[in-house]
Write a protein that binds this ligand. Structure first.
Ligand SMILES: Cc1cc2nc3c(=O)[nH]c(=O)nc-3n(C[C@H](O)[C@H](O)[C@H](O)COP(=O)(O)OP(=O)(O)OC[C@H]3O[C@@H](n4cnc5c(N)ncnc54)[C@H](O)[C@@H]3O)c2cc1C
Length: 215
């Protein structure tokens, strides 16, 4: 991670401290010339934060391994299942669940009767970009506890037809809403620059299962 001005050095130090607190192994500050020795095509005149234990993983294999580990500890996964909403009854949240193929053939105009209602002890809403939208479909959940959504989109730019000039992942100081345009390498050695951040205004929350009816 590279500081491009003296004013960014305290942020690099703060990120190093946070990394150490989070158990990252071996991060250290390096002078600009050390960084350019590692990466001759990099411009780094001030300082960089070096994290020797950072790297890239095969995300699909990682997920398979996490699934295996979770199942061996008693987790049951319910694939092709869509949460369409829920309601509060007493002090419990009841979750309304459908098989995803039922939703796929739904034309969006009529009310769906709930196929299955789950009454869990604990609910973790981890629906990614759809999480606030799903929360809003929980009848009886006060609006004031649902975080507002702020959507942004971004692009990656691929460097093609040339050998990668870099051997490491290279990041600027993170910006609001993103990591800053950084250099990513994938397992095939393909290099990408991105993501840029473009804030999107005027979009209402759309649960992912309703996306197909929104345009
Ligand atoms: C192009 C791109 C590149 C990225 N690269 C990196 C990277 O290199 N390294 C990194 O660390 N991070 C990267 N990220 C970020 C990372 O992918 C996200 O931070 C992470 O996936 C968020 O995880 P999540 O579980 O919160 O949400 P998600 O991964 O979005 O998972 C949400 C899940 O909820 C499910 N869901 C949604 N609605 C419903 C519903 N109604 N019922 C049932 N299920 C539902 C969805 O199908 C999905 O499986 C990248 C992101 C993008 C877009």
């Amino acid at each position: 991670m590279v500081a491009t001005g003296l004013s960014e050095v305290p942020r690099l130090s703060a990120l190093m401290t946070r990394g150490i607190q989070n158990g990252v192994e071996g991060p250290r500050m390096m002078e600009g010339h050390e960084a350019t020795t590692l990466e001759p095509e990099l411009q780094c005149f001030i300082k960089a934060l070096w994290s020797p234990s950072s790297g890239i993983v095969d995300s699909h294999s990682l997920m398979l391994s996490l699934v295996g580990e979770a199942e061996s500890h008693g987790t049951t996964f319910s694939y092709n299942t869509t949460v369409i909403g829920g309601h509060i009854e007493g002090n419990q949240i009841q979750i309304h669940v459908f098989e995803s193929n039922v939703i796929a053939s739904w034309n969006g105009s009529s009310e769906l009767d709930s196929e299955l209602i789950l009454i869990p002890k604990v609910v973790v809403n981890s629906a990614g970009l759809s999480a606030p939208a799903i929360a809003k479909r929980m009848k009886g959940l006060p609006d004031c506890i649902i975080p507002a959504s702020h959507y942004a989109c971004g692009c990656y730019f691929t460097l093609s037809n040339t050998k990668s000039p870099f051997k490491h992942l290279i990041y600027p100081i993170p910006e609001v809403g993103g990591l800053g345009v950084h250099v990513s390498l994938d397992l095939n050695g393909q290099i990408k620059f991105g993501l840029d951040v473009e804030w999107i205004k005027g979009i209402d929350d759309i649960p992912s299962f309703l996306n197909m009816y929104s345009h």
